[in-house]
Structures are given as structure tokens and as C-alpha cells.
Design a protein around this ligand. Structure first.
Ligand code: SF4
Ligand code: SF4
Length: 432
């Protein structure tokens, strides 16, 4: 017969086993929450607050607090290491953004201190998830307002519409864009850019790489995702407009200016600015989840959405570059880069010969795997990425290749290549 002590030991063992099981289940739930969070590409405010400038400057200390029933922001700040002058400067600048009399118990703040008496940034978060932020720039502060709750609703809506990835960029990240591709040209009051990605079906990708038929890829990797993205973009823009934010959906890349070889804006640059991926060796967007096999669309809006941090990791590091070796016309070069600047940081990505790619994608190269339509020789052009000159050559060549092509004016009826971004998949990328 077990004694009282044995019963007690047994009871505590059962209790610890049950506790262990509960911790295990809870850890599983936490992990799941984290995973779906990364799919949402959604950042918690804490993470966001620091990631916004962690690369640029050194934070000596973060002082944070919550407004209580018997305190005020001023009183709370007075217990911080910042001097009275700094506190007066912060509260006066903040009062231009936000009526401090509306501050409520439960609102919180963060003071990011540099060395000495400097304040690098100040952040005030209301209970309903509106964030007011001052970031030091030279001798002054730049003020921003972000609605975190609205951002969450917009992202959830995007995913419910069918987007596989969604991210937000502030318009300032497009400062380096050429004027003819700048989003402000289309919506002068734009504050935020929403980028949505639709992944390409894996079976369709594999078929396209093996090569027996081009049709599923043309339909389900090209046309259909773009039609869906356009519909999603319109629905999401209307969702925002129902909340009184002017919003403009920009059609995905099935519509573009043929003479310039561009669309209204560069969706891939916006997607990079929104933290969905990085431009890689092949010149296309590479995402951690789906590699290069995504189609993209953009919505411009004046809604004050919370930006996502950009991806800092270069996806091409250590990759054996199958995008380069698979190209039938050597359009992608290992030794030639394009450079762009976002938020003061320089990013390099692969240069692509527009001439060569158009010849490859237009089926002007023979070979079983590439559904060639003809083998008309590629013209020699000094500037292989001068879209206008390349387009003229392509139209002239297209008229020669088949009698029926005259009526299509160089158009082709299915996608003949696109191998570079299809072969760029996370499972294929062998890291060092
Ligand atoms: S295949 Fe590799 S090198 Fe090419 S774009 Fe993708 S990650 Fe970069
Ligand atoms: S789409 Fe084809 S032709 Fe164009 S760069 Fe990619 S692999 Fe080369």
C-alpha cells in the first residue's frame, strides 16, 4: 500500500508530467503563431521600433513607460535620462502631431537615447495602436504617424483575398526611383505602398522546367495570377477607400509600355521596399518563401500604414546561380550589376540584357526545352537594354519569322522562356 509520502510524490510527478505536456503544447502553439506571423510578414511594434534604424545608428539605451491614471507623459519623461530642454523639444514637436490632452492611461512611449544627452527617436503609441514617431535627422526630427491596427486589417484582408505574401513600404523608400516610374506621378498624396505576391504553382513550374508543354505555364504562371492580382488589388483599394483613404491599384505586369519596356511603376522594386524579397542576380525579385516564382501587384494609398522592414539578407549569397546557367541566350551576366539606393543604403542586383531576354522569351532560339518558334539571328546592338531600339528589332524580326506573325506584329501566343525565375526556388538554392 502506498503511504502518504508516496501518494504525495506520485501526485507531484503527475503534476510535473501534466505541466510538461502543457508547456509542450503551448510551445507548439507559440511556434505556430510565430510561423503564421512570418507568413503574414507582419511585425510587432517592438521589433519595428528598433529594426527601423538598428543598421544606421547606435542606440545607447531605450527608456520606455506607460501612462498611468495619476501620471502624464511629461511627468513620465521627467524621470528619464533626457534633459528638460530635450523633453520640452519632444513634447512640443509631438503636440503638432497629436493633441497631448488626448493621451490616456495605457498609452505607452519609448525614448531611444544615443550617447550623451541625444535622443535618436521618440515613439508614442496610443491604446488603439496608432503610433506617433519622431526620428532625429541632423538637428531636427522627422515626424511620422502610423496606424498599426489599420495595417493589420489591410494585411489580413490581402491574405483573405488570396495574396500569398503582403508587405508595406513608406513612399520615402522610392526616393531613388526615376521620375517616369515614381509612384507620386500617379498619386501625389501617396504615403504607403502595399505590395502583394501570388506564388506560381509548383507542378506548373516543374512541368515548365521539364518542357513537354508550354500551355499550363502560360496560363497559370502568367495570365491567371496577374488577372487575380489585378482583382485583389482593386478589392483591397476599395476596402481602403471604404475607410476614406484614397487608394490606387496599379495593374500587374501584363500591361506595360512596349516602347519603354516598363509598366507604370516597378512592382519588383516596390516589393523589395515592402520587405517581401530582394532583387537578385537574375534581376527579378527573390522571396525567402517561393524564390523567384511569384507575380506581383501594387496599391498606392494615402493611408498611414506601418512599414515592414526591408530584408537585409542577400538571397543570392552562396547560390550556385542556376538562373545564369539556364538562360538560353546569356541574358543574365555574373559580372555586371545594377545599383540602387533605398533608405541611404546601396543594393546591387543583376543586370539583364533586354535584347537577349526578349529573343529568348519570344521563342527566337531553337532548342527542345524552350519551345522555340524560330531561330532568327539576334541583331547586334551596342545598348542591349535600350528598350525602344530592341523593340523595333524584335518587331522587324517577328514579321519575318512566320507569315501569320505579321498580323500579330511580333507578338507570341505563349511564354517561351521564364526559366530563370522558375529555377530560382528555395529548395534548389544550395547555400554555403
Ligand atoms: S537562382 Fe540564385 S543567384 Fe539566381 S536570383 Fe535566385 S538566388 Fe539569386
Ligand atoms: S526569361 Fe529566359 S531568356 Fe529571359 S533572362 Fe530569363 S532565362 Fe534568359
Amino acid at each position: 500500500m502506498p503511504g502518504k509520502n508516496d501518494r504525495h510524490t506520485l501526485k507531484s510527478r503527475v503534476t510535473s508530467i501534466l505541466t510538461g505536456v502543457l508547456i509542450f503544447i503551448f510551445a507548439g502553439v507559440l511556434q505556430k503563431t510565430y510561423q503564421s506571423g512570418s507568413l503574414l510578414n507582419y511585425n510587432l511594434p517592438d521589433d519595428q521600433g528598433q529594426s527601423q534604424f538598428s543598421e544606421k545608428i547606435d542606440i545607447a539605451a531605450i527608456y520606455s513607460g506607460t501612462i498611468t491614471k495619476n501620471s502624464s507623459l511629461y511627468n513620465e519623461l521627467m524621470s528619464s535620462p533626457a534633459s528638460r530642454e530635450i523633453i520640452a523639444g519632444i513634447t512640443s514637436r509631438l503636440s503638432r502631431l497629436f493633441d497631448l490632452r488626448r493621451s490616456r492611461p495605457g498609452d505607452s512611449f519609448k525614448l531611444f537615447m544615443g550617447t550623451g544627452d541625444t535622443v535618436l527617436a521618440f515613439e508614442y503609441m496610443t491604446k488603439d495602436w496608432k503610433r506617433y514617431r519622431l526620428d532625429r535627422e541632423g538637428d531636427d526630427y522627422i515626424a511620422t504617424v502610423h496606424d498599426i491596427d489599420l495595417t493589420r486589417k489591410v494585411k489580413e484582408k490581402a491574405l483573405s483575398l488570396g495574396a500569398h505574401l503582403v508587405g508595406v513600404a513608406p513612399i520615402e523608400r522610392m526616393d531613388g526611383a526615376p521620375p517616369e516610374l515614381h509612384p507620386r506621378r500617379l498619386l501625389p498624396e501617396v504615403k504607403s505602398l502595399i505590395s502583394m505576391a501570388y506564388r506560381i504553382n509548383r507542378g506548373v513550374q516543374q512541368l515548365h522546367l521539364r518542357g513537354p508543354s508550354p500551355m499550363p505555364f502560360s496560363r497559370f504562371a502568367g495570365l491567371e495570377p496577374r488577372v487575380r492580382l489585378d482583382e485583389m488589388a482593386l478589392d483591397l483599394a476599395n476596402f481602403l477607400e471604404d475607410m476614406n483613404y484614397i487608394s490606387l491599384p496599379i495593374p500587374s505586369n501584363q500591361y506595360y509600355y512596349q516602347e519603354k519596356g516598363t509598366g507604370e511603376i516597378s512592382h519588383k522594386h516596390v516589393a523589395m521596399a515592402a520587405g517581401i524579397g530582394r532583387l537578385g542576380r537574375g534581376g527579378f525579385l527573390v522571396t525567402p518563401e517561393y524564390g523567384g516564382a511569384v507575380q506581383l501587384v501594387t496599391i498606392l494609398t494615402n493611408a498611414p500604414l506601418l512599414p515592414d522592414p526591408m530584408l537585409h539578407e542577400d538571397p543570392c549569397l552562396g547560390c550556385p546561380q542556376p538562373c545564369v546557367s539556364i538562360c538560353p541566350v546569356q541574358a543574365i551576366r555574373r559580372d555586371r550589376d545594377r545599383v540602387m539606393v533605398m533608405e541611404g543604403k546601396e543594393y546591387r542586383y543583376g543586370w539583364l540584357s533586354y535584347l537577349r531576354c526578349l529573343w529568348g522569351c519570344g521563342g527566337m532560339v531553337m532548342g527542345d526545352r524552350f519551345y522555340a518558334l524560330s531561330d532568327l539571328p539576334m541583331p547586334k546592338l551596342e545598348e542591349e537594354d535600350d528598350a525602344e531600339k530592341v523593340r523595333v528589332e524584335f518587331l522587324l524580326a517577328g514579321e519575318k519569322r512566320f507569315p501569320w506573325d505579321r498580323s500579330y506584329r511580333g507578338a507570341f501566343t505563349y511564354i517561351a522562356c521564364s526559366k530563370c525565375y522558375v529555377i530560382c526556388h528555395p529548395e534548389r538554392l544550395k547555400r554555403k
